[in-house]
Design a binder for this molecule. Structure first.
Ligand code: NDP
Length: 330
């Protein structure tokens, strides 16, 4: 790696619009941190789509290098935690939002933000998982801690053809759950079945105006859609079941009632991957290494080039990306 590298840089125009251009940066342009990491692979998450298009105020410092996720090699460390040559992953911590992020040849970050890349995964595979997959595992861990298990009934996954959803389907099926995959893309039913979905339902089933309670259908759920979908998912959750809420692809609001909580003992478990403490991240990555079925990542991965990141940012917000995007020519 030379001292100069390419990067995507976001700026804010006079009219408040977000502008994005490719620039050449130098190491001295980077923000403070005690570890330098050469970015070997990155990805495009829904949040990256929000940042690049400016659709939501994800970026809170200008200019900004976007990109919330990376896998790479340590090139310099002023921390005892890491040595040159270590293979690491970074998910979140405000990287790509308030700290220069992954769409660059080099990042400079805090040592505590990094997690060792499990032996099993290549850089490319780590990004086929990325924040979306690691969040799906945080959701599964939350459900397990709550105490639901496959013998209690099926597990619902919403936004099933998306990044969080596709990994969630595979992980739940691998642990023995009967997975009900909800999607707006019925043409992906076969692809979801190959990932482990036992049933595929149209997402319109969960988009009607929610009743306080509905017929009990699933004992658990991983929801990346929010809004009406989450309210309907809760209303149809069995007694003592739980839904892990991690996303808002369908809306920020929660237009339901307390009925599932107080009449069926249903729990709503919140998932925050960005500020999750390091031990929980390490547990999640170790479980991903242990649990992910062989072939899953090849099945969900969509390779794109660095030059395609901006177009993909728009596509992911329009629900046109299936599975997980991976960029290796950073
Ligand atoms: P993707 O775009 O890959 O997946 C989202 C999926 O949601 C789509 O593929 C689509 O699935 C479904 N969807 C999209 N729009 C709608 C809609 N209007 N109504 C119903 N369903 C819809 O995004 P990610 O998987 O990367 O992220 C999913 C969500 O999770 C985002 O909101 C993201 O911000 C959030 N997230 C939160 C994290 C946390 O820490 N809490 C971490 C990571 C992500 P289908 O085509 O199958 O219907």
């Amino acid at each position: 790696m030379t001292n100069r590298f390419k990067a995507l840089v976001l700026t804010q125009g006079d009219d408040g619009r977000t502008l994005c251009e490719e620039r050449v940066l130098e190491a001295s342009d980077l923000m403070d941190g005690d570890v330098d990491v050469a970015v070997e692979a990155t990805t495009v998450n829904y949040k990256d789509g929000l940042a690049i298009t400016g659709r939501s105020p994800v970026v809170r410092r200008w200019p900004m290098v976007p990109g919330v996720d990376l896998a790479g090699t340590v090139t310099a460390s002023r921390s005892p935690l890491w040595r040159e040559g270590d293979r690491v992953i970074l998910n979140g911590w405000g990287v790509g939002e308030t700290h220069y992020g992954a769409y660059a040849g080099l990042v400079r970050v805090k040592a505590e933000w990094l997690v060792a890349l499990p032996e099993r995964f290549s850089f490319q595979e780590a990004m086929a998982i990325g924040t979306a997959g690691y969040t799906a595992m945080l959701a599964l861990l939350a459900l397990e801690r709550f105490g639901v298990s496959p013998d209690h009934g099926p597990a619902l996954v919403t936004g099933a053809a998306g990044g969080v959803g596709s990994v969630a389907v595979s992980l739940l099926a691998g642990r023995g759950w009967h997975v009900v995959a909800s999607t707006g893309r019925p043409a992906e039913a076969g692809w979801l079945g190959d990932l482990g979905a036992a049933e595929v339902v149209d997402r319109s089933e969960l988009s009607a105006s929610p009743k306080p309670l509905a017929r009990e259908r699933w004992a658990a759920g991983i929801d990346s859609v929010g809004g009406t979908t989450l309210a309907n998912a809760l209303a149809a959750t069995r007694r003592q079941g739980a839904i892990a809420a991690c996303g808002l692809a369908g809306g920020m609001e929660l237009p339901g009632s307390v009925a599932p909580f107080i009449l069926r003992g249903v729990a709503l478990l919140g998932i925050d991957s960005v500020m999750a403490p390091r031990p929980l991240r390490e547990e999640a990555w170790a479980r991903l290494a242990a649990d992910l079925a062989p072939g899953t990542l090849a099945h969900i991965e969509v390779p794109i080039g660095f030059a395609d990141i901006v177009a993909t940012a728009h596509a992911i917000l329009e629900g046109r990306v299936r599975g997980r995007v991976v960029v290796t020519d950073v």
